[in-house]
Structure formats: structure tokens, C-alpha cells
Ligand binder design. Structure first.
Ligand code: PAF
Length: 251
């Protein structure tokens, strides 16, 4: 596995890659089995798998959340290597945002709802970094988890809108044994919150309506940002102290 910290070097190297299909798994590090399932999906389909580790400051609406975002690059790289990743991109912020974020991708409807309503600017940050990373990597397939359902939908819509020649592959949410959706933020839960956290999945899965799920979650002591049904999905976000958890289920 080769690690690139210079995007200029990567771009030169990229010109020499002729093998296809090329798969891409963008991450913000603090890797867990959910990320590895994306790598596995790529390894099954693609000849070459590229991952990126970049904690994108532009998608954090809360500086405390950015500062507290877990990072363990050594263990991340070991996991990616063991999973069979060929190349890893680890850019510095200045390389991704040499323009100081003068240029960005903005979506004006869906990105303002659900998580977007509680995290101003978040999805602009996500869409912008994903667009930049897709242009750097130019993959045939790019892999995203269904856990971040709104993100997945916005990214799919963005590549369609801008005719980006990439196939967005949706991968199912990977859960702990007790049902909690895997997330880098789970590391921040204290013992009591960690014990309560699986109730989020239980509530949205077992309730007849979104309102019923909200009531159950409030009773259990969660701060509920929203529980809402769209088309065939129920999406939810809750807060436990400083940690925000999201999940969704098919209904
Ligand atoms: O889902 C994530 O980890 C991030 O939002 C992504 C897609 C890597 C963009 O920073």
C-alpha cells in the first residue's frame, strides 16, 4: 500500500494508472468495520482500491465537534493495508482548499432539511469535498454507507447533476451486535450513553410512526433533533451530551 500526502505527487501518479475499474472509499479516518465493509465492496468489484483520510473542516458546523473528532492514523493505515487497499490519500487542508473555499457546491433544497436544518453549511462542506476528491481520484466506483442516508442521496444527486462520470455505490449500514449503527462518534460515548444508544435503532425500527418513535426516544432521555419518514425510509438524529447520533431504516 502506498500513502500519498502530496496531492501534486498523487495527480502525477494517477496519470499512470491504466487499470480499471478503480474504486474509491473516502473517509475521515477513525475507521471501523463500517468503513472496512466499503473497502471490501470495492475489493470485490475493482482492480484497484483507493481510500482517502481527510477530516474535512468545512463540514463541521461546530468547532468543538471538529476538535473532538477522533483520529488514529496509525491504526487507520494498518486497517486499510490489511483490507487490501492499494493507495491512500492523506492531504493537508491547504491542498484540498488552496482556494480557501471560495468555490463550493451548494444544494438548495434537500440539504436544508433533516440533518441540514440542524447543521448549517454541513452538506455544502460534504458535497464540496466529495467533488474535489472525486476529481482528484477519478474513480469508476465510489462507495458510501447508507448510514449517512441524506449524504448518500445528496452525493448521488450531485454527480448526476454535474455529469460526474462515477458510479455511486450504496453499502448497507454495519451495526454492533446490539443494533447500534457503527460510527466514529460512538467512541465518544460514555458507558451510560453507550448502553442507551442502541435504543435509537430499536425505536425507529419498531415504531409504527415517526411520532411514536420520537415519543419513545424522548421518554428514554434522548435529545431528539428529528425523526421523519421520507419515501420508504425513516431517518433520525439524536443527541447524547455532545455526541450526535444518526440512523435510518427502511420502512
Ligand atoms: O461520510 C464521511 O465520512 C464524510 O462525510 C466524507 C464522505 C468522507 C466526506 O468528508
Amino acid at each position: 500500500m502506498k500513502v500519498f500526502t502530496s496531492m501534486t505527487q498523487w495527480q502525477t501518479f494517477r496519470q499512470g494508472i491504466k487499470e480499471h475499474p478503480l474504486g474509491f472509499v473516502p473517509t475521515m479516518g477513525a475507521l471501523h468495520q463500517g468503513h472496512l465493509s466499503l473497502v471490501e465492496a470495492s475489493r470485490e468489484t475493482d482492480l484497484i482500491t483507493i481510500a482517502s483520510i481527510f477530516v474535512n473542516p468545512r463540514q463541521f458546523d461546530d468547532k468543538r465537534d471538529f476538535d473532538a473528532y477522533p483520529s488514529d492514523y496509525q491504526s487507520d493505515l494498518e486497517m486499510l493495508e490489511a483490507a487490501g487497499v492499494h493507495f491512500v490519500l492523506m492531504p493537508e487542508t491547504g491542498q484540498i482548499y488552496a482556494d480557501d473555499y471560495r468555490f463550493k457546491v451548494t444544494e438548495s433544497e434537500f440539504s436544508h432539511k433533516f440533518c441540514g436544518a440542524h447543521r448549517p453549511g454541513h452538506f455544502d462542506g460534504v458535497l464540496t469535498v466529495v467533488m474535489r476528491l472525486l476529481n482528484l481520484v477519478r474513480p469508476d466506483n465510489a462507495y458510501f454507507g447508507e448510514k449517512d442516508y441524506q449524504q448518500l442521496k445528496l452525493i448521488s444527486d450531485m454527480v448526476a447533476a454535474f455529469f460526474v462520470p462515477v458510479n455511486i455505490v450504496a453499502c448497507q449500514t454495519i451495526r454492533e451486535e446490539d443494533g447500534l449503527a457503527m460510527s466514529s462518534r460512538n467512541r465518544r460515548l460514555d458507558k451510560k450513553s453507550r448502553q442507551l444508544a442502541p435504543e435509537l435503532y430499536a425505536a425507529i425500527r419498531n415504531s409504527a410512526t415517526a411520532d411514536e418513535a420520537t415519543e419513545i426516544l424522548l421518554e428514554k432521555g434522548f435529545d431528539v433533533d428529528y425523526v421523519e419518514d421520507i419515501a420508504d425510509r425513516r431517518l433520525a438524529a439524536v443527541r447524547m451530551g455532545d455526541t450526535r447520533l444518526i440512523d435510518n431504516v427502511k420502512i
